[in-house]
Design a protein around this ligand. Structure first.
Ligand SMILES: Nc1ncnc2c1ncn2[C@@H]1O[C@H](COP(=O)(O)OP(=O)(O)OP(=O)(O)O)[C@@H](O)[C@H]1O
Ligand SMILES: O=C(CO)[C@H](O)[C@H](O)COP(=O)(O)O
Length: 317
């Protein structure tokens, strides 16, 4: 009698399923994961891309969490083993029945079927938490805004859209701090790209200057050759710099300047878009969207991620 594992495999589908390109976008609450993801999903379209959020693997609903000695940022507050199983299934081209957490009500609701599209985007608090979950991804990103900026974004978002008072958000941020340090921020060290939206410290720009972006390009994957794009005349919008990675060795970072006039940033975006072998159109309007506004550094960070996704998707058998 053949080995049981072999029998199960033989009884499965004849043709191996097509493996999707998988990208993880990790970071703390209100670090900008959904904002970054939304532009990618809209640019790629539903035929080519599906996204999911790992908040859906919360083990307890909001009411149950109130009486627990830990917060949503603790691994024990999430079904991380099930998340890992689902990531493995998606990474090998299989569908999953994903749990759903409703942020509007704080309840766990009816699960939903997720069929892997050619590109799968997974955003959340924990996608890079374990070796197994990391192994499922082709590209990994960590969003790393300065804490005071993230706190401001969280207060505005949770009071504006999730029904919390400012005091409740501040108390929750304090309650979560130790778990953020222990379980969320360590994922930064494992990401291929670390993206930070922040003002440039050495410049004294007016308060309403759009945030700049620093995109750390770790040598764990091949990054696009941007020398053609970073030509004289376009270089005010962005430049490459060799920096010390707080998690390790010297690393190249792309600095995208928020103070540069929009027309200049758009010229750089068009050059990157053209270098993607993208359709012969302008860059998609959906890139760079933050609420009703626009951030050119966000659009450029999204284009860089699109480069990786489209390049990997093209290169698959
Ligand atoms: N690049 C950016 N520039 C300016 N503001 C931003 C940017 N990214 C996010 N924000 C602001 O931060 C808020 C929170 O962002 P977002 O919802 O994307 O975070 P998140 O990481 O998905 O949060 P959560 O995990 O808690 O759902 C947004 O509503 C937006 O106002
Ligand atoms: O850290 C978060 C990621 O979005 C949320 O705060 C977490 O999902 C808990 O949700 P809620 O605010 O609904 O209790």
């Amino acid at each position: 009698m053949p080995d049981k594992n072999l029998r199960i495999r033989r009884a499965g589908p004849d043709e191996p399923r097509r493996r999707p390109v998988m990208i993880a976008i990790a970071g703390d609450s209100a670090a900008g994961k959904t904002t970054l993801t939304r532009g990618l999903v809209d640019a790629l379209g539903p035929q080519r891309c599906v996204s999911l959020c790992t908040d859906d693997y919360h083990r307890y609903d909001r009411a149950e969490r109130r009486d627990l000695p830990f917060t949503a940022l603790h691994p024990d507050c999430n079904y991380l083993e099930i998340m890992e199983q689902h990531l493995q299934l998606l990474a090998t081209g299989s569908p999953i029945l994903k749990p759903v957490y409703d942020h509007a009500t704080g309840e766990l609701v009816r699960p939903e079927l997720v069929e892997p599209a050619p590109i799968v985007i997974v955003e959340g608090l924990f996608p890079l938490h374990s070796r197994l979950s990391r192994a499922c991804f082709d590209v990994t990103v960590f969003l790393d805004p300065p804490e005071e900026i993230r706190r401001g974004w969280k207060i505005a978002r949770d009071t504006g859209k999730r029904g919390y008072s400012t005091e409740a958000v501040l108390a929750e941020l304090d309650r979560r701090e130790a778990e953020s340090a222990a379980f969320i921020r360590p994922q930064r060290a494992t990401a291929d790209l670390v993206v930070r939206f922040a003002p440039i410290e050495t410049r004294d720009d007016p308060a309403d200057t759009p945030l700049s972006a620093t995109v750390m390009l770790r040598p764990t994957i091949d990054h696009p050759d941007l020398t053609g794009v970073l030509q004289p005349g376009l270089t005010r919008a962005m430049h490459l710099k060799l920096e010390r990675d707080p998690d390790g060795r010297p690393v190249e970072s792309l600095h995208v300047h928020g103070y540069v006039p929009r027309e200049e940033s758009i010229a750089v975006e068009k050059a990157i878009w053209a270098s993607l072998d993208a359709p012969d159109t302008d860059t998609p309007d959906c890139l760079g969207r933050v609420g009703d506004g626009r951030s050119e550094p966000l659009a450029i960070a999204q284009l860089l991620l699109l480069y990786h996704l489209m390049d990997l998707d093209r290169g698959r058998p």
